[in-house]
Design a protein around this ligand. Structure first.
Ligand SMILES: Nc1nc2c(ncn2[C@@H]2O[C@H](COP(=O)(O)OP(=O)(O)OP(=O)(O)O)[C@@H](O)[C@H]2O)c(=O)[nH]1
Ligand SMILES: [Mg+2]
Length: 140
């Protein structure tokens, strides 16, 4: 779907395989594995480019922007962050929420780094708009 530059952005961000695209599909009311965002169990990064869908919250439309996995992909972090910046900078109303998706495991230094990198990239003010989402939370 096209990015509507008049809509504010909800950003899905996190490591490869965390479940960003799955969450995006659920948020737009689609089945977790069959919606606007392509999901897959493969080890390789699935989402290679920012992908957009529209959701309406209280009658206000938002661009949900699904992003490639950061911090452990072949692409490397910088090109991915540049790509995200290019997409969100087009949107006049900026980023309203940043959903950071983590696999629900012990909170390690690596995960702390994810948060710090995102804070550095989006600026300190972004911290107020960050929502952490923990996936893969079943106890099997
Ligand atoms: N059990 C379980 N599986 C999940 C959950 N969230 C995602 N998955 C599965 O994990 C795999 C990866 O999910 P994706 O949504 O493609 O992950 P992603 O973060 O978009 O990955 P990239 O696009 O590669 O960065 C898929 O097989 C999903 O079905 C969850 O909460 N529980
Ligand atoms: Mg994905």
């Amino acid at each position: 779907m096209e990015l509507n530059v008049n809509n504010p952005v909800v950003l899905l961000i996190g490591k490869t395989g965390a479940g960003k695209s799955t969450l995006g599909n659920l948020l737009v009311g689609a089945p977790h594995d069959n919606g606007p965002f392509h999901t897959s169990a493969q080890m390789d990064s699935v989402t290679k480019e920012c992908t957009v869908a529209t959701i309406s919250i209280d009658g206000v439309p938002y661009n949900i922007v699904d992003t490639p996995g950061i911090f452990d992909t072949q692409q490397g972090t910088i090109p991915v962050l540049n790509q995200i910046a290019k997409t969100i900078n087009k949107c006049a109303h900026g980023v309203k929420a940043i959903l950071i998706v983590y696999k629900a495991r012990r909170f390690t230094d690596e995960q702390r780094n994810v948060l710090n990198e995102i804070r550095t990239f989006l600026g300190k003010d972004a911290t107020n708009n960050i929502i952490s989402v923990f996936s893969h939370a079943s106890t099997d």
